[in-house]
Write a new protein. Structure first.
Length: 297
């Protein structure tokens, strides 16, 4: 029997149809990943499972119980915890206080053993237990967000973009931790844009594209397919749209206020996966299409 069953959910933001008939399941002991480009609906699905959003139609069942209408704190009490995108730790609280907040559904007698277990898993947090969370590095904050979720003793741990904003070395560390949690028996639902990293740890995977599941299979099957190339292509298209429609107009506005840029600094800003020649061509194209004047000079 599946631990989590999501059946044909449709989720809206006002009139915007964000998730369109998504169905999937997570079995006990698995790592299942939802991957896709930015804006595909991955976080919306996770927030719907957590009770932060409610589907207009469809159902979410956890441990054979319908979660329809359940408040988020009641979902946590049932054994389902989410590590949100962007970490969202309590920045003004200490590491220890953040962990205590994660145990709010547990009896008082479970707090100390739970914290000891988290410190064993994340020794860096024990070293900084009295430190204000807002002063931690990005990787340490991600560890804290994961530790806080583990304090609720979840049956299913949901991770939303755990590699976001982290340096490659820290991304490797976070995915090593995910492997360790899985080896210890934790069932995990992972949402990631980093397809290669996600598929390398996943038992099964689903690909979301504009609110729909377009592909599914084992992690190994999708890793061996052309999927990664397709996702990279989508990411490049999104980045190009960002630079053309958002970044360049912003620079133009700054230029109007007297902020100066030079060509060398602009070369360093553009995506590093682009060969230098392509970056130069893109800059030339942007210069021609925008009214930035001497911005790119």
């Amino acid at each position: 029997m599946a631990m989590l069953e999501v059946e044909n959910i449709h989720v809206y933001y006002g009139s915007i149809h964000a998730v369109k008939g998504v169905s999937f399941q997570v079995n006990e002991g698995e790592i299942v990943t939802l991957i896709g480009a930015n804006g595909a609906g991955k976080s919306t699905v996770l927030n719907t499972v957590s009770g932060l959003l409610h589907p207009r139609t469809g159902s979410v069942r956890f441990m054979d119980q319908d979660l329809k209408g359940a408040a988020p704190h009641k979902v946590v009490e049932r054994g389902l915890a989410q590590v949100p995108e962007g970490r969202r730790i309590f920045l003004q609280m200490t590491v220890e206080e953040n962990l205590e907040m994660g145990a709010y559904t547990q009896p008082g007698s479970a707090v100390a053993p739970g914290m000891e277990d988290v410190y064993k898993r994340f020794p860096r947090l024990e070293e900084r237990r009295r430190q204000v969370a807002g002063t931690l590095s990005g990787g340490e904050q991600q560890m804290l967000a994961m530790g806080r979720a583990l304090m609720s003793q979840p049956k299913l741990l949901m991770l939303d973009e755990p590699s976001m904003g982290l340096a490659p070395l820290l991304v490797e560390q976070i995915f090593d931790i995910i492997r360790e949690l899985h080896a210890a028996g934790t069932t995990i639902l992972l949402v990631e844009q980093n397809a290669q990293a996600a598929l390398s740890v996943a038992d099964r995977a689903y690909v979301l594209e504009t609110g729909r599941i377009s592909l599914s299979g084992t992690g190994a099957e999708l890793m061996a397919s052309d999927l990664r190339r397709g996702l990279l292509s989508m990411s490049k298209k999104w980045l190009r749209h960002f630079f053309e429609q958002v970044f360049t107009p912003l620079c133009a506005s700054l230029y109007a206020f007297g902020v100066q840029f030079d060509a060398r600094s602009m070369q360093s800003v553009f995506p590093t996966y682009m060969p230098r020649e392509k970056r130069s061509k893109l800059i030339s194209r942007l210069r021609a299409r925008n009214s930035c004047g001497g911005l790119w000079g």
